[in-house]
Write a protein that binds this ligand. Structure first.
Ligand SMILES: Nc1ncnc2c1ncn2[C@@H]1O[C@H](COP(=O)(O)OP(=O)(O)OP(=O)(O)O)[C@@H](O)[C@H]1O
Length: 377
């Protein structure tokens, strides 16, 4: 295994339109995937995550920057010479070979003994629930089965320095996905694999990765552990992208009265701790154009204001039971709604007036112009 370093990597695609039509797909991306760790590239469609992975694999040329696998700079190395295993969304299975022979192919090419190949394939087949299709040919497999075979072929490669996966479980049903999220993480840890995994699904990234690289519009937005991204998002994009239901955002402004600072909007007037107030006054490019953020799960629902916390009043618009929890949607005004996640079923009814409260520590403040978070440094 080996660490992977991506240093100031850029990718321009030149479209048929000519020079002027070039697409900037990846912009100055740098990150390290440590040896034997699980790193996810997470972001919405078109954010550049697949392009980044394909440059690591050697399937796409780097426009600018360097990529290292272990100590070796691989910019100009053929994919075959990079010692990588790949499970990509396009399965690339060999149609004439059975599933077993497809998985065995890279092992036989490396002259593994047949007994070892069989043992390894049986272990992986059980893990991925493909024992019963080992003798089938790819043409008669469903998309989800082909995806698991492609994943199996990548996982059996003991000699690979790094395993690259692009949406490897996207075509599976939710039950199998849930099982494989747990199993993939277990196998990665047990076998000591170094994994770089592309997904647009935050649940996959947050449940499996040691570190997550969040991308948008070709750029890295934040790199952190799942808990860091959730609790300390560094900008509005990450705050809104991570978490389900997403973080609530309300426009507001900074106000100063004497030596006290307030965060003010039509719906609230929160007195700020002096430290945060001064930080906003100092750091914000537009203190009259701030955005307050609070996660649905960080709020409680009640019938009265909580003097110890920040509170907002609204009218319950709907209650959605989700099993263990419920999502309550409150109207603050016709066009302004907030989502609150409460355990079980709330003791409240649609149409009632209710208060939501949250502790000061759970509030996030963002600069409305730059989108960057403002917190006490
Ligand atoms: N071969 C290509 N030629 C031109 N533009 C491309 C090419 N491949 C990708 N792009 C563009 O580069 C950008 C990044 O694409 P990429 O596939 O890396 O994104 P992604 O985050 O993996 O998205 P998805 O999850 O939809 O695959 C997009 O704007 C895409 O349209």
């Amino acid at each position: 295994m080996a660490e992977v370093r991506v240093e100031h990597v850029w990718k321009f695609y030149r479209e048929e339109l000519g020079e002027s039509g070039r697409v900037l797909a990846v912009e100055d991306v740098s990150f390290v995937c440590e040896d034997k760790s699980f790193l996810c590239l997470l972001g919405p469609s078109g954010c550049g995550k697949t392009t980044t992975l394909r440059m690591i694999a050697g399937l796409e040329k780097i426009s600018k920057g360097d990529i290292y696998i272990g100590q070796r700079k691989v910019n100009n190395l053929h994919p075959r010479d990079r010692q990588i295993a790949m499970a990509f969304e396009s399965y690339a299975l060999y149609p004439p070979l059975t599933v077993f022979d497809n998985i065995a192919f890279p092992l036989r090419a490396r002259k593994y003994p047949e007994k070892k190949i069989r043992d390894k394939i049986n272990t992986v087949a059980e893990l991925l629930e493909i024992q019963d299709i080992l003798n089938h040919r790819p043409a008669r497999l469903s998309g989800g089965e082909q995806q698991r075979v492609s994943l199996a072929r990548a996982l059996v490669r003991e000699d690979a320095l790094v395993t690259l996966m692009d949406e490897p479980i996207s075509h599976l049903d939710s039950q199998l996905k849930a099982k494989l999220r747990i199993e993939l993480k277990r196998v990665q840890e047990e076998w000591g694999l170094t994994v770089i995994y592309v997904t647009h699904d935050q649940l996959e990234a947050l449940s499996m990765a040691d570190r997550v690289v969040v991308m948008n519009l070709g750029r890295i937005q934040q790199i952190g552990s799942p808990i860091e991204l959730y609790e300390k998002p560094s900008n509005l994009f990450v705050a809104g992208f991570i978490g389900e239901p997403p973080m609530n955002f309300i426009e507001c402004a900074l106000a100063k009265e004497g030596d006290k600072f307030f965060l003010r909007s039509t719906f609230f007037n929160f007195e700020l701790d002096r430290g945060l107030g001064s930080e906003i006054a100092k750091e914000s490019k537009a203190p009259q154009k701030l955005i307050m953020g609070v996660r649905p799960g960080d709020m409680t629902l009640g019938k009265s204001e909580d003097a110890e916390s920040y509170s907002l009043q609204g009218q319950i618009f709907s209650i959605e039971p989700h099993g263990e929890s419920s999502v309550v949607i409150l109207n603050l005004e016709k066009d302004v709604q907030i989502y609150v996640e409460v355990p079980g079923l709330p003791e409240a009814a649609e149409g009632e007036v209710a208060w939501v409260s949250f502790s000061k520590q759970k509030m996030h403040v963002f600069d409305g112009e730059t989108g960057e978070v403002i917190r006490i440094s």
